[in-house]
Ligand binder design. Structure first.
Ligand code: FES
Ligand code: FES
Length: 155
């Protein structure tokens, strides 16, 4: 099966079996390994990517479902010159990570969250990020980072 889509702003054509998951296409076919696999059962959010700007769990979607659409992975979030996206910068400044395993998914979910709800308060951020699990941080600094990133995204 041939599938055409846009990944991180570039058109790509993938030749893959019909049962290929989006996360397999991203990690194994495109070698974009910043997208992690934590559970494979749509619970942890480590595999989160943006699909037309909104967060989806790529372990829970078929590649065929995203034909013709735009996928952004963590590798596509910073500018070409390496300048971090405001949400990445906020996670860095607020120490919103420890081991980093959840971080790509957490950052992409936060970008999506702040795009649809730029004025979310701390409680809403916790609620809206409930599909992304972190084993390390206790979430306090993640919430701070999302609040700082939301302000920076609006600027
Ligand atoms: Fe997709 Fe956990 S690997 S939600
Ligand atoms: Fe380790 Fe979140 S920083 S899982």
């Amino acid at each position: 099966m041939q599938v055409q889509l846009t990944v991180n702003g570039k058109p790509v054509t993938l030749d893959a079996p019909p049962h290929t998951l989006l996360v397999q296409a991203v990690r194994e076919h495109l070698r974009l390994t910043g997208t992690h696999v934590g559970c494979d059962t749509a619970q942890c959010g480590a595999c989160t990517v943006l699909l037309d700007g909104m967060a989806v769990k790529s372990c829970n979607m078929l590649l065929a479902q995203v034909a013709g659409r735009a996928v952004t992975t963590i590798e596509g979030l910073a500018q070409a010159d390496g300048t971090l996206h405001p949400m990445q910068a906020a996670f860095k400044e607020c120490h919103g990570l420890q081991c980093g395993f959840c971080t790509p998914g957490m950052v992409l979910s936060s970008v999506s969250l702040c795009t649809s709800n730029p004025d979310a308060n701390a409680g809403e951020i916790r609620e809206l990020l409930e599909g992304n699990l972190c084993r390390c941080t206790g979430y306090q600094n993640i919430v701070k980072a999302v609040q700082q990133g939301a302000v920076a995204m609006k600027a």
